[in-house]
Every structure is written in C-alpha cells, then in structure tokens.
Write a protein of this length. Structure first.
Length: 294
C-alpha cells in the first residue's frame, strides 16, 4: 500500500484567511457532496468559457478556483498534448477533483492547493488561464491578477466566467426574496469577495489593465441555471445549500417553515419540460497578457 506523502501547507495571503478556512470546512464538504448538482446548475455556461479560452492541443493551461475539476478536465480534453493545472484553496474539493479525474482516466492534469493571489507560479509557464466562477473571491483582486498575469506567457490568453449583479440573476433573487421572511436582507456587495466580486465591468477593465492585460472584453452571456429535474428535486437541492442555511439562520421555526414553503412554491412555478430553470447572467471576460515591448 502506498502511503500519500504529506503536502506542505499552501501559502495563503492573510487577507484570504477567512476564505481558506471556509473552503476547508463545512462549506467545502457541502460542495463535495453536491458537486454534480453545482456543476449541472451552471453547465450551460461551460461551452462559452471554453470557446473564450481558445485552448489548443498543445497548450499549458491553468484553471484558477478549479473546485472538483470539471473545467480542468474539459480543458484537458482539448489540450491533449499539453497539460492542465487546477489550483484551488480547498483540500477537500481538490481530493474530489483527483478522484474524479482518475476515474475518468484523465492523465494530463495536476491539482495543486494554493492561493492564486500569492502562489509562487513559474513565470510565463502557461499559454491559457481560465476560471469557471472561481475568481470572484479575492480580497485583493489587483494583486491576484497581477500574480496570475506573471504566470502567463506574453500574449497568453485569459478567460473567466463571473456572475453579473443580483438584478440580472433571477436564481439568486429568488433565493433572497423567498427567504427574506419580511426582513430587509443585505445583498452580497458588488466588488467585495463573493459572487459579485467582479460584477462591475468598469472595475474589471481597470483591474485587468493595471495587472498587465490588454484586449479586455466582457461578453454578456445569458443562460438558465438548472436547479432540478422537477419541483421536489429542485427544492431538495436548494433547501440544503449553505447559502440557504445562512439566510434561514435566526428565524423561529414557524417563520422558517413559512419561508421554505415560499421557496418551494417559487421553484414549482418555474418548472417546465426541461426541469426547473431560472434566469442567470454572467460575464465572459477575455483578455491577453500584454506582450513584452521591444
């Protein structure tokens, strides 16, 4: 029996310490348990990301915030003569990514635990950097993208899928509105670490330009989020999520039950022949690392 060698603790920026703890605790276990559901929910955005990345057969690719590795394996299926590195803060999700990749027989992938904001990348080691909803959580996005830029060769490609704001994401609004229970719930702020960390196009242009990227473009991508095959399936999934538990925290049992019934009805109202689908909007962010001037 081969005993796995202990891995050195990753270098994590102190500003991202809370994120590190969250993604190596209960939140991470929730994502591991529901990995298939999370991936299926936003799967309609995946072809957009891969097209934007423009991966070729021999590319060296970095997948930032790779989670359980669905985008890493997809990239590896294109870069068959290259290699893909999946980077994430979460040890439990990386273990799941390795397990799934081994089961799928995907050999041209490596998974590394690290904080992209400070990870010691080999300079200019990658042709492409991509991320599937994994780069909105940096405490210092300017530093993070500066570090990521250094990992790209000059002229190398960047492709990110990130959420637009709450107003354009029906699936998130439905969750907040259903579980408000008469409260004025604060929404996750735009520009702060969280789902809307890169929702502001002007801020994204500024951050990436300052980090050394050029040809920055944000394409408006609208696809539905899939929450379940039918209302009961969708409710079982959505009601078990960490954000749902957080929004219900502090409610008495009667109010909590009533809020969950509102959520159940809202999901049932959106059921159709293809399951429970709610509107969603993301930015496909593409850019290139600025070439070295002669």
């Amino acid at each position: 029996m081969t005993v796995p060698m202990p891995q050195p603790a990753p270098h994590v920026d102190e500003a991202n310490a809370d994120q590190f703890r969250a993604w190596n605790g209960e939140d991470a276990q929730d994502w591991v348990v529901h990995a298939d559901r999370y991936e299926a929910a936003s799967a309609r955005f995946d072809p957009w990301l891969l097209t934007g990345a423009g991966i070729t057969v021999s590319d060296q690719v970095l997948d930032v915030g790779c989670g359980a590795g669905v985008s890493t394996r997809a990239a590896a299926g294109i870069a068959v003569d290259g290699h893909v590195v999946g980077l994430d803060l979460s040890a439990p999700l990386l273990a799941e990514a390795r397990r799934r990749s081994e089961l799928a027989g995907v050999g041209n992938v490596t998974f590394v635990q690290g904080d992209a904001q400070v990870h010691p990348f080999e300079p200019a080691a990658f042709d492409v950097v991509l991320s599937r909803f994994g780069v909105m959580f940096f405490a210092d996005p300017a530093a993070a993208f500066g570090n990521i830029a250094g990992a790209l060769r000059p002229g190398g490609r960047l492709a990110l899928m990130v959420w637009q704001g709450m107003a354009r994401n029906e699936w998130l609004r439905t969750l907040f509105e259903s579980l408000a229970a008469g409260r004025d719930l604060p929404q996750p702020p735009v520009g702060a670490p969280g789902p809307f960390g890169l929702a502001d196009p002007d801020a994204v242009h500024h951050i990436l330009a300052a980090a050394g990227f050029t040809d920055v473009d944000l394409a408006d991508v609208r696809e539905p989020v899939f929450l379940g095959a039918d209302p009961e399936d969708a409710y079982a999934y959505v009601s078990s999520l960490g954000p749902t538990r957080g929004l219900l925290r502090g409610l008495d049992e009667r109010t909590r039950t009533r809020a969950l019934e509102v959520l159940r009805q809202r999901l049932a109202d959106r059921a159709g022949p293809d399951g429970v689908l709610l509107g969603a909007a993301a930015w496909l962010v593409t850019a290139r690392r600025r070439p070295v001037s002669g």
